[in-house]
Design a protein around this ligand. Structure first.
Ligand code: GDP
Length: 263
């Protein structure tokens, strides 16, 4: 039986993704720039550029994770009113790929209708977005998967695309507890989505202590085509992939076309 990957902080990028590490320690999200905020499906950028989505419960640490991986302090805004920012923020990476920061969910004070509207939007987006190459799901390591996280994965995983699960705020746990938290999340995923365990990589992560950054970057680099990973010594034109009108989603390397594990 295939197993999900749990990449501990002590694992080097070379161990978890040899070919990504060989590309001189890529930082796929460095140099990200804000492009647009989108509140409706009709406003989504045309599919074409490979897109990586970030999702998570409000307050799980998604904005902090984006800022850490992008090496910026205030690229994604950590919100003072969790759950109120109901839009997708798009950032363009230097090689032309896009980062989609999805609205945080699960915040109790948000009116039910708004919650349901966004749940439908996110489910549709994750299930049908042609250009999506992967989902980064940010989960508080101390709390594990919530019901809305499971609902999101349920809609997404049948697409056969990969998930990087950042078990964040790991700095609040001792190293052994970080590993156990990641394993517990892995077991939870295996129980709920046995068909999809090989799609999911769990990484203990901390924005404040920079735990798991290298491992997360190695996984993200695997999702992007070779020519889109730009390192400082080899800059590429920013619009290289952005204007493409290709209907077909760019596939992450090593992933089969279409649903890999149909239910
Ligand atoms: P978001 O709502 O998911 O975007 O979460 P934020 O990134 O705004 O973070 C929510 C709260 O958790 C803030 O007070 C952050 O400072 C804190 N936080 C985020 N990441 C970490 C982390 O890795 N470690 C610790 N200790 N706190 C964090």
């Amino acid at each position: 039986m295939q197993k999900h990957r749990i990449v501990a902080e002590s694992s080097s990028a070379a161990k978890s993704a040899p070919h990504a590490a060989a590309k001189a320690a890529p930082h796929p999200l460095h140099h990200a720039d804000f492009v647009d905020s989108v509140a409706k499906e009709s406003q989504l950028p045309p599919p074409g550029a490979p897109e990586i989505a970030f999702a998570g419960r409000s307050n799980a640490g998604k904005s902090s994770a984006i800022n850490t991986l992008a090496n910026r302090t205030r690229l994604a805004f950590t919100s003072k009113m969790p759950g109120r920012t109901q839009q997708i923020n798009f950032f363009r990476l230097r090689g032309g790929a896009l980062l989609a920061d999805l609205p945080g969910y699960g915040y109790a004070a948000v009116p039910r209708e708004l919650k349901e509207h966004w749940q439908r939007f996110l489910t549709r987006y994750l299930a049908t977005r042609q250009s999506l190459v992967g989902l980064v799901l940010v989960v508080d390591a101390r709390h594990g998967l919530s019901d809305p996280d499971r609902a999101l994965l349920d809609g997404y995983l049948t697409s056969g695309r990969p998930v990087l699960l950042l078990a964040t705020k790991a700095d609040k746990l001792a190293p052994s507890a970080q590993r156990e938290a990641a394993r517990a999340i892995g077991r939870d995923i295996a129980a709920a989505f046995p068909f999809a365990v090989a799609q999911v990589t769990v990484v203990p992560f901390s924005a404040t202590r920079r735990i798991g950054v290298e491992a997360a970057e190695a996984t993200l680099a695997e999702w992007l085509p070779d020519d889109i990973i730009v390192d400082d010594r080899n800059p590429a034109p920013a619009d290289a992939h952005f204007e493409s009108t290709k209907e077909e989603a760019p596939r992450p390397r090593g992933m089969a076309r279409g649903p890999k594990y149909p239910r």
